[in-house]
Every structure is written in structure tokens, then in C-alpha cells.
Design a binder for this molecule. Structure first.
Ligand SMILES: *Cc1c(COP(=O)(O)O)cnc(C)c1O
Length: 420
């Protein structure tokens, strides 16, 4: 009799697309950094790594949204299964909400409800993952796209976002990368990780380039309306008559309720190209075999979108803007860290490390590990979003915690600088 499993031939093997997917997500890197914290440091941990300010009282969601949820539960109307594409009143509410900023009105049929924006990403990438297909992703970007593409064996090609041009897409690079198997280009606007907001003109150029290449634009607008600089937020769907646009979004960031897991995938395609090519059927097919957002959350959507007061958004955007300024000014006062452009949207900014300043720091990852160990400050190394020797800093946290975090960052950088 054999004992031990090494010689036995088992019939299972893990999906090769999944084994490394965990390492390349933001969460994977942040868990690693949290494990490096010095347990004997009695100071509070300052979380400048992830974009979830919901824990801070000043970022609590609007009361109207909380009431919408409790009303939905108490109505007892939303205890059953929902249709896989979402319940009609919620799809209608999302269509109306997004149509406010569009030249043509969306229909509820253009809207598919998902478990956060994350499932909207999974859905569209899986739908496009034909055997030879490839997809164009931004660098730096949001590594969840890479992880999902890998899990469904969809080839990824990266184009650069150019810091000198306020992180605009390098459109020449996009044209050079695309071939007959390219299905789509992804943009994230307002930008994570760069904190930029694209101009209308640039978005139009992206749409025209996509049309020339015969590809669709996937526009991740999970930070819609979180814009506080010169450029107003313009949805990519405005250009849905130039090339098909699939807009992804959720209530996670604008309402600061990422735990509610309610998002959407929306078709902006006035020429009906996606329908003609079977893409809509594939989206429905995928949603038929995946999980839906809880029905009572869907039941609350019309009130969440319809009854949240303008004051709430004004207050939150004002607070985030104030944090962005504190962060920008504070960081420019830290030796060895350079902030090329002032953040104008989302909750993040990319800052560059000048490695020549430091005495004993190898690279961005080493920087972040030591910063966690010595100062109990968590910052995401740029390598996690595709840029070595940069950092991604989240500024959407309680203002006094942000100031404390920047103070510790400064002390850390001064301590590790080469002595003159
Ligand atoms: C947070 C985030 C998501 C995921 O949003 P959820 O609604 O929490 O699933 C998707 N894209 C980007 C760029 C994000 O920052």
C-alpha cells in the first residue's frame, strides 16, 4: 500500500489563473503590510493605503440612505430572489440618475445591477474573454483588473498614463498596442490611483481612438462626481455614439458605503453595436450564473439615489478637497517625496520617491514595509499599481489623522535621508 499523497495521481489541479491573483490585488499587498506592524507601538495606525473612509464619523453616509435601507427591509417587499439583472425600480432609478449627465436618456434595459463595481468588472472582462482576445489596461491602474483578467485567461496589454500630461492616456501607445484581437480599453475617471479628472476633450479623443481601432471603452466611474479641481466630471457615456461605452459604477465611493455592495454595469451604445454582436446576451448569460446584490439593497436604490440631499455631497466633496490640499502641501514638504500634480478627484494621489535622497531604502516596497514597522503608517507601494518607486497615498481619512500621518512620514524620511 502506498501512503503519502506524493505518488498518488489526483484528478484535480487549481485554476492556474488564480494562484497568483491574490498577490497582485491591493488587498493582498495591504494585508502583507499590516502583518509588518510593530505590535508594541502604542500609537494609532494611520491608514493611508486603502480607499474606505467609512470608519471615520465625519465620512458617515447620508441619513436618507440609511433610512432607505431600513424602509426597504421593513416593507417586507424585498425578501425574495431578484431577477438576475436586478429589479426594475432599481434599474430605472440608476438609468435616471446617470441620464442627468448624458445627452440621450438611458433605458432601464441598459442597466445591469451588480455586487459592487467589482462584479461589474468581473462581468465585462469575463464576457470579453474569448480565447484570443486581449484588453488594454492603464499603468498605473487598479490591479483588480489584472487579477480578474488573469483568472479568466484574458490577455492584458498596458498603456501608460503620462504624469507630465496630468495622467492622460498615451493614445499613440494605445494605437501601437492594439491588434485585431483587442476587445476594449479601460479608463478610470476620476482616476484611481492618480487623483486626476479627464477633460471632455481628452475623453472624446479616447472614444475616437477606440472607434478607429474597433474596440469598446470600459469606463470605470466608481468615483463619479468626486471631482474638486478645475475639470468637472464628464461621464464617458456622453461619447456612446462614437464608440460603444460600458460604464461601471457603484454607490460605494460617492455614498461611502462600500460594504453595501451595490453597483452597476451600464450600456451607452446609441448605435446598438454591442447588442448586434451578442455582447448583451453574454452579459445576461454571465449574470444568470453569478450572484445578485441582496434584494433589499436593490429595493432601497430608488430612495438612496433619489432622496440623498445635495448638502451631503457638497459636504463630502468639500472635506475630501480639504484633505487633498493638506496632503499635497504636506507631502511637498517631505524630503525625497515629490507630488507631480495636485489631486483633483477620487481619494488618491501618486507621489514619486527620489531614491537618491535615502540612505538605507532599497525601493518603494522596502519604504512601505519600514514605514509600517517604524511609524505605524500604511501606504501602498507604487509597484502594486504598476509604478516602481512611487507611492499611492489615500487622503480621504479624518483630517487630524491625515496630518498625523504626514508628520510621521516626514519624520521617517528625515531619519532615512543621507546625512550631508
Ligand atoms: C473601489 C473601486 C472599485 C470597486 O468598487 P466596489 O463598488 O467596492 O466593488 C472598482 N474600481 C475602482 C477604480 C475602485 O477604486
Amino acid at each position: 500500500m502506498e501512503n503519502g499523497s506524493s505518488t498518488k495521481k489526483w484528478g484535480f489541479r487549481g485554476n492556474s489563473g488564480l494562484s497568483t491573483a491574490a498577490d497582485i490585488t491591493v488587498r493582498g499587498v495591504l494585508y502583507m503590510l499590516l502583518s509588518k506592524l510593530n505590535q508594541s507601538d502604542t500609537r494609532h495606525v494611520i491608514p493611508l493605503g486603502h480607499g474606505d473612509p467609512s470608519a471615520f464619523p465625519c465620512f458617515r453616509t447620508d441619513q436618507a440612505a440609511e433610512e432607505a435601507i431600513s424602509d426597504s427591509i421593513r416593507s417586507a417587499k424585498f425578501n425574495g430572489y431578484s431577477p438576475t439583472v436586478g429589479i426594475l425600480p432599481a434599474r430605472k432609478a440608476v438609468a435616471e440618475y446617470l441620464s442627468e449627465d448624458l445627452p440621450t436618456k438611458l433605458s432601464p434595459d441598459d442597466v445591469f445591477l451588480t455586487v459592487g463595481c467589482s462584479q461589474a468588472i468581473q462581468t465585462i472582462l469575463t464576457v470579453l474573454a474569448d480565447s484570443k482576445a486581449n484588453i488594454l489596461l492603464p499603468k498605473p491602474g487598479f490591479p483588480y483588473y489584472e487579477a480578474v483578467a488573469q483568472s479568466c485567461h484574458l490577455e492584458v496589454r498596458h498603456f501608460d498614463l503620462v504624469p507630465e500630461n496630468n495622467w492622460e492616456v498615451d493614445l499613440d501607445a494605445v494605437e501601437a498596442l492594439a491588434d485585431e484581437n483587442t476587445a476594449a480599453i479601460v479608463i478610470i475617471n476620476p482616476g484611481n490611483p492618480c487623483g486626476n479628472v479627464y477633460t471632455r476633450q481628452h475623453l472624446q479623443k479616447v472614444a475616437e481612438t477606440a472607434k478607429k481601432l474597433g474596440i469598446l471603452v470600459i469606463s470605470d466611474e466608481v468615483y463619479d462626481h468626486l471631482a474638486f479641481g478645475e475639470n468637472p466630471f464628464v461621464p464617458m457615456g456622453v461619447f456612446g455614439s462614437i464608440t460603444p461605452v460600458v460604464t461601471l459604477g457603484s454607490i460605494s465611493k460617492r455614498w461611502i458605503v462600500p460594504g453595501w455592495r451595490l453597483g452597476w454595469l451600464v450600456i451607452n451604445d446609441s448605435n446598438g453595436i454591442l447588442k448586434e454582436h451578442g455582447i448583451i446576451d453574454c452579459i445576461t448569460g454571465y449574470l444568470n450564473i453569478s450572484c445578485d446584490p441582496p434584494t433589499f439593497i436593490q429595493g432601497a436604490v430608488p430612495d438612496i439615489l433619489g432622496k440623498t440631499k445635495k448638502d451631503f455631497f457638497t459636504k463630502i466633496v468639500g472635506l475630501i478637497k480639504e484633505c487633498a490640499n493638506t496632503c499635497y502641501e504636506g507631502i511637498n514638504d517631505v524630503p525625497g517625496v515629490i507630488c507631480p500634480s495636485k489631486p483633483e478627484g477620487s481619494m488618491f494621489v501618486m507621489v514619486k520617491l527620489d531614491m537618491s535622497v535615502f540612505e538605507d531604502i532599497k525601493d518603494d516596497l522596502d519604504f512601505c514595509v519600514k514605514l509600517a514597522q517604524e511609524e505605524s503608517v500604511i501606504i501602498l507601494p507604487g509597484i502594486a499599481v504598476g509604478l516602481k518607486n512611487w507611492l499611492r497615498v489615500t487622503f480621504a481619512i479624518e483630517p487630524s489623522a491625515l496630518e498625523e500621518g504626514i508628520k510621521r512620514l516626514k519624520a521617517f524620511c528625515e531619519r532615512h535621508s543621507k546625512k550631508a
